[in-house]
Design a protein around this ligand. Structure first.
Ligand code: KG4
Ligand code: ZN
Length: 334
């Protein structure tokens, strides 16, 4: 059988739908919620409402674009968690409705597992076992990936996620949400050695980013007290220096994980893996250490339904379906 699956992603602020046929992703339709920009972060209630407004059209575009009728579907998949409860509920409820109405199986997908499985959408694909640094707005994890559906978190943040550190630093500088891509852009024109920020990493494989956020706030307060135009005059250098500190914190732990496990096949995933500086530094470090590196295409780094579809495909092959009683899990572990 060549399964045709519709996948829905609604964990945060992107409403997305994708159709996968026999393991080949046919499309990746994303409705981005711009409403959050003016609030400097995702407003959960607004996100939930926007998902409700967008989901029907997004799913229909994914079906029409791939030439799929609802009656062609063999299963419907959705993100069960982790994510915002009100956002997840929209995707879960819609998927349940389709499953019930079409009498097809329902597949629940873990959002963090799906970020890792984004690596199997296109070639080249990593071979098992590999390490995946999953870096997003809500998570920072080093994942030991033994098989498609066999993964273990071996290192993670003890407080903020690295994406959150990017976004909060950007907010402090007066940049709009999401700040990560903006810092990335300014950093490309700046000197990463212009300012020094403390490396607040922890011993072992875990991360901590709350200290650097505070250090950054105090640094800017002090400098702007002396010169109110400090940020405007030095934005590129500030962004480049902060970004490089965050990247070094990530890569130090990743190197340690590679040493400890002996694994040299290394992947990155999640929204922050779109970062130009991280991609460059990873390639440089990896070349020196003989790593085999896998970086997803930009469209599969940030939240998208194609990665949910990929995960659903492997679950379908293993017969891993869920019941209509399933509920979203805001803090779903990997
Ligand atoms: O994976 P994702 O789309 O959503 C979550 O599951 O959280 O990740 C969103 C995060 C945000 O913090 C955003 O600022 C960050 O990814 N991000 C970036 C870049 N593109 C997105 N951070 C740094 N550089 C980028 N180019
Ligand atoms: Zn994500």
């Amino acid at each position: 059988m060549s399964p045709i699956i519709l996948a829905i992603e609604s964990s945060c602020d992107e409403t997305s739908a994708s159709v996968i046929r026999n393991g080949k992703v046919l499309n990746n339709i994303i409705a981005t919620q711009v409403i959050h920009r003016k609030y400097g972060g995702v407003v959960p209630e607004l996100a939930s409402r926007a998902h409700q407004q967008n989901i029907v059209a997004t799913v229909h575009v994914a079906l029409d674009d791939s030439g799929t009728a609802k009656t062609d579907l063999n299963a419907v998949a959705f993100t069960r968690g982790p994510g915002l409860m009100g956002s997840l509920l929209v995707g879960v409820s819609y998927a349940k409705g389709l499953s019930l109405g079409l009498n097809i199986p329902l597949i629940e997908v873990n959002h963090m597992q799906a970020h890792v499985l984004a690596h199997f959408i296109d070639d080249p694909k990593p071979t098992f076992p590999f390490l995946c640094l999953t870096v997003s707005g809500g998570h920072t994890q080093i994942v030991l990936v033994r098989d498609y559906l066999d993964m273990e978190v071996i290192g993670q943040t003890q407080d903020d996620a690295v994406g959150e550190a990017f976004d909060k630093a950007a907010k402090i500088m007066g940049l709009p949400y999401p700040g990560g891509p903006m810092i990335d852009q300014y950093a490309q024109m700046g000197n990463p050695k212009a300012y020094k920020f403390p490396d607040t990493s922890m011993p072992g494989l875990d991360f901590s980013f709350s200290g650097i956020k505070t250090a950054f706030l105090y640094f800017l307060r002090k400098e702007t007290a002396n010169n109110p135009s400090f940020v405007e005059e030095n934005r590129n250098d500030i962004c480049a220096s902060l970004q490089q500190t965050l990247i070094n914190m990530l890569l130090t732990r990743l190197q340690e994980a590679s040493l400890q496990t002996g694994i040299k096949t290394i992947a990155i995933a999640g929204g922050v893996s779109a970062n130009t500086g991280l991609r460059k530094s990873l390639l440089t470090v990896g070349e020196a250490l003989g790593w085999n590196i896998f970086i997803p295409a930009f469209q599969y780094c940030t939240d998208n339904a194609a990665m949910i579809a990929m995960a659903a495909h492997y679950k379908f092959l293993k017969g891993e379906f869920c019941s209509l009683d399933v509920v979203p899990l805001a803090r779903m572990p990997l």
